[in-house]
Design a binder for this molecule. Structure first.
Ligand code: TQI
Ligand code: ZN
Ligand code: ZN
Length: 172
């Protein structure tokens, strides 16, 4: 079953058309941006929320960036595997991904020079999960739910489960 953060934070009714932006320091490819656009669409399909890429990262409601190690918010990343990403509950709107992971984008593994890594995580799957947190969902006990707190390397899980839909529709 789905859950919420303590005190059930959510985006207020006057903020249902949300903008998102990518940290310009990351210089992300269009392929990566498309993965996030698809991930946002999976949630907007079931809610009154809309998500549009904002022109200005700093003014966007939802701020997306890839960082390594300590990146200044008190929740540091830890290299390959372990923590993959984190997102803060509304209305903070931060979605951070560990740039030390080998991210799979559109079935392609973006392998980092010299890492020799063999373990890759599907970016869209992690993005859909983290957007759930950005919108106010906690973890679910339903194994097929996007908000279930486990994912395996290489696993692709991008379709919202009925449980995710029920959770997000209770909030919005
Ligand atoms: N990052 C954790 C997560 O997003 C961070 C976290 C731990 C957290 N406990 C939390 C966030 C409670 C909000 C509320 O769940 S992670 C998965 C999953 C992670 C984990 O890197 O461990 C995914 C990131 F669900 F598969 F385990 C993405 Cl999809
Ligand atoms: Zn962070
Ligand atoms: Zn989570």
């Amino acid at each position: 079953h789905y859950s919420f953060f303590p005190n059930r934070p959510r985006w207020p009714a006057r903020r249902r058309n949300l903008t998102y932006g990518f940290d310009p320091r990351n210089q992300l490819s269009d392929d990566v941006k498309r993965v996030f656009a698809n991930a946002f669409n999976r949630w907007s399909e079931w809610t009154p929320l809309t998500f549009t890429e904002g022109k200005n990262y700093f003014r966007s409601d939802l701020k997306i960036g890839f960082y390594a190690g300590d990146h200044g918010d008190g929740e540091e990343f830890d290299g390959v595997l372990g923590t993959l990403a984190h997102a803060f509950a509304p209305p903070r709107g931060l979605l951070h991904l560990d740039s030390d992971e080998n991210w799979i984008v559109n079935d392609l593994i973006g392998s980092r020079s010299g890492s020799g890594a063999v373990t890759a995580m599907d970016l869209e799957s992690v993005a859909v999960h983290e957007i759930g947190h950005l919108l106010g969902l906690g973890h679910s006990s339903v194994e097929d739910a996007i908000m279930f707190p486990t994912i395996s390397s290489g696993e692709r899980k991008v379709e919202l489960d009925r449980d995710d839909v029920e959770g997000i529709q209770e909030l919005y």
